[in-house]
Design a protein around this ligand. Sequence first.
Ligand code: GLN
Length: 198
Amino acid sequence: MPVRIGVLSLQGDYLAHGAMLRQLPGVEACLVRDAVELGEAQGLIIPGGESTTIGKLLDRAGLIEPIQQRALAGMPVYGTCAGLILMAQRIEGSDQHRLGLLDMLVARNAFGRQIDSFEAAVPVSVLGDEPVRGVFIRAPYVVEAGPGVEVLARYEDRIVAVRQGVLMASAFHPELTNDVRMHRLFADMVRSAPSDGR
Ligand code: GLN
């Protein structure tokens, strides 16, 4: 049986995530725009985009609580960039809508103006020796990670990828490269999740 992974499709680069997932054998991708579509997914990707906008749209779609409940019950969730921000419990200087799933404090647009967007080789501990090409676009980073949060990657001493149980987040955008390893890792998490909370 293929695993069915939903991509939150309210705003942002959700199409790129769908295209990534479709390259993986044994994975089906579906769009998630409301609670009914969420019910069809075994795992969920929160894309990059604008976190305040996605947060508002999540609220309007009545999706915040259902996603929180599913995640608490074991559904794997992976957020990239704005998705990482939305997954954080604490966001520096902001009371924007959020899912608040991960025990961490994040700073938005945190790499400064001069380097608004950049690419860098980023070693990711669980992916072996070959670093990923980290695409950072007005990216956040993790200022503080709680004790239960595993740091998967740092860039210049800043935490840029984390995992806490079934939850994973990266400040960079693997969906904008042709390296499928982060998505494969997430698909494996979905495949091996003991329960997806449905
Ligand atoms: N700067 C955006 C925000 O704060 C995130 C950028 C992105 O997802 N590429 O939401």
